[in-house]
Structures are given as structure tokens and as C-alpha cells.
Design a protein around this ligand. Sequence first.
Ligand code: C2O
Ligand code: CU
Length: 473
Amino acid sequence: MTISRREALARSIAVVVGLGQSRPGFLSVSGIGLAAPALRRAGLDTEAVAASTEPPSAPQIREFALTVGRVRWELAPGEVVEAYAYNGQVPGRELRVQEGDTVRVRVTNTLAEPTTVHWHGVSVPQHMDGVPGLSHEPIPTGGTFTYEFVATPAGTRWYHPHINELAQTGGGLAAPLIIEPREPTSTLSREYVVMAQQWTKPGRPMTGGHEADETDRFTVNGKAYPYSPPLVVRQGERVRLRLINAGTTATQVFALAGHPLTVTHTDGNPLRVPVSADAVPLGVGERADVEFLASTPGRWQLGSVASGHAERGLAVDVVYEGHEADSVQKPTLADLQLVGYSAMTSGQLPTAKPDREFELVLSQSRTDPAVWTINGATYPVIEPLVVRPGERIRVRLINMSMDDHPMHLHGHTYQIVAVGDRPVAGPFMDNLTLRHMDSYDIEFVAANAGRWLFHCHNLEHMMGGLMTEVQYR
Ligand code: C2O
Ligand code: CU
């Protein structure tokens, strides 16, 4: 279906308006700076509307400033933590750009410790990747660094530090980075970003097990349920939720009471055929774009059905206009149909044999449960995956441990090409989550030279050594 430019703009206006309403708590802090470029682009000022019959604008340079600091943040009324924050807010400022734009972000560090920014899911050049020792020097106390990269590929991305992660990300530092396709394609009425965070107290014992520490708190868009700002919808609307697990250790399983979800994107990348499900599991770092039809007026809880997580804050209400006073319906746990990667298709089955193959077996050390291994080795004493530019690389991932491992590759997007031994034209991702005994083959093209981390995004596993590197030679 082709839609006119004007229609597309009208739709994106609705999207922007929806976003404005989605985070009322943030408008005073960030609404102006955040929304203005998007509003301009969406044609909300007269000049842009007049220009709306023009072909899509050329890529632009988009400049942003972020200050990293500490702030007293209220997770819930009376429950204040000494948070880490971008521009004094949690989650940090949403950056919304179009694919192909040049993004320039001047980051000032006011923390008493160094920090960096990693642009998760973006094909940035190596020296903009935010990994100390690999990409660039950390930004010292009082220092600034300007990140610059071309926004690609389009999709739901996010950003966070890549140093002292358990304290910094577990203390609030995370924010959405939305790269819109240059040509709007969607027929949605409304969109919300749903960023789930897990608050991890510094110095709490490493769990080494498969449950999040029972004292960790959760928030959605900065507040713990029932204080998370409700997602307001109108009957008849088609609504997109960009779900982001920006936590520290826990896999979340998102469900919306009373409404089946349709998964359209994995880690921001489009599926060929949307897949419907009652519940969508997301490991740490992983994203899913889901849609639902607002067909049943009321007040419905969207939250994690992972045990105890909604109770500790990981939920938000979807509220139909006029139904603010309804009593809330929670997702039922009986007969929940979870969506899995094996039900998802995208791209093509690979036709040629890969140029290079690796096998990575992920395990927990038998002697020390806080230590994690890849083929028996622990980062940094580990053999990197050495590749050459232009090669097609296949990696078999096998999870021999009891825990989930959300495996994130920096600087590249990969495709799932086998589930176990069964070849598939699977989804494109950068952060697939292997559950106990799962095995997947993934493929990517070595098209971004450098040294890139490939690691488990469970921050305890990562710090426990479940990490390797892809090195171009
Ligand atoms: Cu989201 Cu190595 O990071
Ligand atoms: Cu892991």
C-alpha cells in the first residue's frame, strides 16, 4: 500500500501527539527540547505543513546535549533513590531521529567517576561505541566527549553507559534512541515507548542464580507501578508499544491484560510477517515493537508476568479515555501463549555457505557460580572471533547453563538462521535471548571494521566474564 506524503505526515503527527501524552511527568523537564525537532519534522508548524507535499527531507545533522549526573529520584511517592541520570531525568532524554541523519551528542560528565555512552543496536563507527579500552577513553569527571554517527539501521535502539554498568545502568542511566525510517510506513494511531528498568543497589550480593535479587525494584518510564504514567488510548486506535528491557539481570515477560499483542519488530528490526502472542519475553537489552487494537474499553495492566516483577514495579496501565476510574484488570497467567523466535520470519534463508564459522558454548563455572564461561574461557582471557572485512560469519550459540543469556553483538545486526539444527529465515536482532539449553545459529556480514564486544547483557554475567570480541584483521 502506498500512502501520500500528507497522509503519512498526518499519521506521524498522531504518533508525536501520542508520545507527548505518554509521559506527562517528563513534559516540563524535557518536552520542549525533545519534542520540537520531532514536531517540526512531523509538520506541526505551518512552514513544515506548507512544505509537506515536498519529497522527504534530506538527512539532517541533529545535535543533542546530555549531562550525566546524580539526582534524587522518586521511584514511588516517598521512595527516593540517589539515581544516576541523563539531564536529571529517568529514563534519560529520548532521542528521536530519522535514518541517515547525522547524530551529534555532546556528553558532559558531572559524575565523580568516569562514564561512556554505548549506542545499543546502532551501527556506529568503532571509536563511537563507548567501550573503554576498545573504542575510546572513558569521559573523566568534568570532561566532555562528542559522539557522532549516522543513524542506522532504523528501529528501537537505546543508549546506556559501558563502564561500571551494574551501578550506573542499575542506578538509572538508560534512555531510548528511536531511529524512524525516512519514509513513514506505519498506519498506527498512537505510539508509546515503554522502558523497563531494574534498580540494583550497589554492593548487593551477586545472585549467581537465575532469579533477580529479590530486593531489586522495577520501574516503567521512571516510576514503579502503580505510579508509572498511564498509557492513554482511545477505542478503535491501533497502538504501537516499543518495549525495551533496560534492566540489569532479569528477563521480563510482557503481557497486556485483555488484549493479544502482535509482534512487528525484534530489536527494532521488522519481521516479514507480524506474529501474535499473549506474552513477549525480553532478555536484558532486548526490544520488541508490539501493536494492539484498542478494542475493549477499560483500564488494563501491561506488565511483566515474570514472578513478582509487576508487584515490585514492572507494570503500567493502559487506560482508555473516559475509563480512568475503572478498576484495573491484570493479565491472567493461565494458558499464556509466549512468542518464540522460531515462530518469527524475516529476510531469506542463507543460500551460500558462510565464509567462517564459530561455535560458542555458554556455561556457568562449576566452582564459582559468579564466573561465566564461553567455551570454558572467561573474558578477557579468551580467544576473539577473528574475521575479515566482507566475510559472512556464522556463529552457533549453545546455552548449557540454567540462566537466560541475552547475547548482544556491538556494531552489527545479525539474523537467526537456525533454531537448533533446523535452518530458518529468522528475525534480525542484536540481542537474542537464549534460554536454558537453547541453541541458535546466527549470521552477520563483517561490514563494520574494528573490535566489537559480543557479550551477555545480564550485567552480572557480563561482569562475570560472559563476553568475547569480534576482531577484524
Ligand atoms: Cu547494551 Cu555492550 O551493551
Ligand atoms: Cu548471561
